[in-house]
Design a binder for this molecule. Sequence first.
Ligand code: SF4
Length: 387
Amino acid sequence: MVASRKDRLGRVARLLRENPHLRPGYERAKTVVRAFRRPAFYEVATRCNLFCEGCYYFSDDFAPPAHEVKDQSVWEEFFAAEARRGVTMAYFVGAEPALEQERLLAAAKCFPHGNIGTNGTVKLDPAIPYRIGVSVWGVDEEVDTSLRGANAFAKAIRNYAGDPRAIMLFTLTRTNLGDVRQLAEICADHDLPLTFNMYSPTQSYVRKLAERMGPDGRFFRISSEENNLRWDEGSLAAARRIMDEMLEDYPDTVVYSHAYNRWATQIGPLYDIDPQTGIARDCHSRMVEPMRYFKTDLRHAALEKCGTSDTICSECRMYSGGWSSKFEPRDEDVRDARSFAEWTGMVETLGRIFLLQRKPEQQIASNNVFEWVRVDEVADASLVLAK
Ligand code: SF4
């Protein structure tokens, strides 16, 4: 039986009482969680310059909002209102946010924390003081081009080498596991931290496989029922092994966690799936208040399941849903001192992946003043993250 939230908190209190050495990690974890207390997603662009296989955004059901707001002053007023609503963490997604940088610059004046998901082919203005997750699908030119329709990786490295805002986000698929070690080496050489995402199929991708649809020349070019990107037992085990190895071999570059890796590569669904709707009941990426999701018409898309709505919850291993589901400890995280220490470690890692602090002169009046440093450069994250 699943314990109630109150019971879990009781177990946390007992664990801390009996194991005082766990308290510093717990305090750091709390500080990370606090930064995410009122999150919001903003689709700032409906255009993209790549064609990633099985893209979650350009699914068959995709239609851009009928009335995309183009007026910059309206975006500025909108972000100011969102800041007044108390948004602490802004996720900027797209299609490709780097194609609409004026909107990001407007947002930069409003939110203490932000995270931009980009393909890295267009450099973001240095004045945008948010964490930049640069998605990578392959290092080898042939692999990259087959998965994304272009060699995006080489451009991303040129654009972001040494940029303290950037973290490379490698989407592992069954076809690109062979690129991981080379990627870790390149990231280490270019002063870029590296973390991992796992490919998660959309409804339209799986339907095309089942219907044995031929290549469409756009977001479904290389997959077939026999040879596709869906995980199976063997490839999950291989992915787990390679991520564990990278953590050990490149500790100064790879920002990940053994405990998270174990969870994310387990066989079967990661979440409690509602049998009626197929939706993950315990995924913290769900659009449940206070989380809101806005498209480029600036209306709250209250009916969206999450930021990647066409993705199948029972096969979802997306880093966004996965990490945000670690904000609260589950039963297995409070079982004993060891599992609790692993949970606080995961939350700290989450902070290093998603958060970046502003330079003092870029600080918003109501926020704390911290140095412009890469969180993972600081031995004691509490120096950066503590209130
Ligand atoms: S992020 Fe959560 S809600 Fe969205 S597809 Fe994945 S499991 Fe489902």
